[in-house]
Design a protein around this ligand. Structure first.
Ligand code: HEM
Length: 294
């Protein structure tokens, strides 16, 4: 016979249920405060707030994975990073919730936000920037947006100076015996410069998946994360095209021209460049042999 589950039962705070106390529903549902009468503004605020929650979740997961890598616990690090891959699905799906917006909808909401709070830009969002720094895309120039939030400025400045997830991955590969130099000694604030030794290390891993089963799993999980991140950027660009067109944005420069080059920001660069040389090329191009009647 199955044993009954024995749980010690806690005390529900007065005026709450166990569910409301745990999930903080009463607080959560006071946090959406529209500035306009537009019927879609609640969807906009909810969508952005959900994204904020997922960015913070991803930050926490990355930090956990970094600790696990520093402890040489690759199995747990991969489990954690696989959760980051999973979190990108609902994060990227948030765009669906505001896909109904036309320029008229967006501008009518934004104009009320500007008159209430001043001109905003999502560059003032510190969770996204911290996640990006942890992914290894170090751009100190973005700190300028946090001058009026000294605590957040310091938090981002500290994150800039720390090893990124990719730094910890490469340090782990070094300890695992791959021929890459120690990596955690460079200036972490500087933008990452791809190195041939690192690409060679990934090539060695992909060339022998039986020997490097765990490291290959790590590499593919990182590639999935980079793909989720890039997908978000692409969906953001398309939403901007759809709701904003070629208008001037926060900096007075055209928004789409500002965003387009950022699509090139791909985390873990050597994991992508190595793909050109991993695997044996076919002896003869199959199309060519068909054309030549072979
Ligand atoms: C759909 C309407 C949107 C438009 C037209 C738009 C437009 C822009 C533009 C023009 C920029 C470049 C910086 C600037 O000039 O402000 C930008 C950056 C950014 N936006 Fe949006 N945005 C939209 C929705 C969103 C939403 C819903 C989010 C968050 C959930 C978001 C998050 C960001 C982030 C994080 C950046 C910085 C990107 C980077 O550094 O690569 N945006 N956006």
């Amino acid at each position: 016979m199955n044993q009954p589950l024995k749980l010690s039962v806690g005390i529900t705070p007065t005026g709450q249920t166990p569910y409301s106390a745990w999930i903080q529903t009463d607080v959560l549902h006071t946090l959406q405060n529209p500035v306009s009468n537009h019927p879609g503004e609640h969807a906009w605020i909810t969508s952005v707030q959900v994204s904020e929650l997922y960015w913070m979740l991803i930050i926490k997961e990355i930090r956990t994975a970094q600790t696990q890598l520093r402890n040489d616990d690759i199995t747990r690090a991969c489990n954690t990073l696989e959760r980051v891959v999973a979190h990108h699905e609902p994060l990227n799906a948030t765009w669906k919730s505001i896909a109904w917006m036309t320029p008229a909808d967006l501008l009518s909401i934004l104009s009320h936000a500007v008159s209430k709070y001043g001109q905003d830009t999502a560059l003032q969002g510190w969770t996204y920037r911290q996640m990006v720094y942890l992914l290894g895309i170090k751009q100190p120039e973005h700190l300028q947006h946090f001058a009026s939030q000294p605590a957040r400025w310091k938090q981002l400045d500290d994150t800039l100076a720390e090893p990124s997830l990719y730094d910890d991955v490469l340090a782990f590969l070094h300890r695992a015996g791959l021929p890459i130099p120690r990596t955690n000694e460079h200036d972490h604030r500087a933008p990452y410069t791809p190195r041939p030794e690192v690409e060679n290390a990934w090539r060695e891993i992909y060339a022998d998946p039986d020997k490097y089963h765990d490291l290959r799993r790590l590499g593919e999980t990182l590639a999935d994360i980079a793909e989720g991140f890039s997908t978000w950027k692409h969906l953001h660009l398309m939403a901007t095209r759809r709701t904003f067109g070629h208008r001037a944005a926060y900096f007075g420069t055209e928004g789409i021209s500002w965003l387009l080059p950022t699509l090139q920001e791909l985390p873990f660069p050597e994991l992508w460049t190595v793909r050109s040389t991993v695997g044996e090329p076919p002896a003869i191009c199959p199309h060519l042999s068909r054309q030549q009647g072979r």
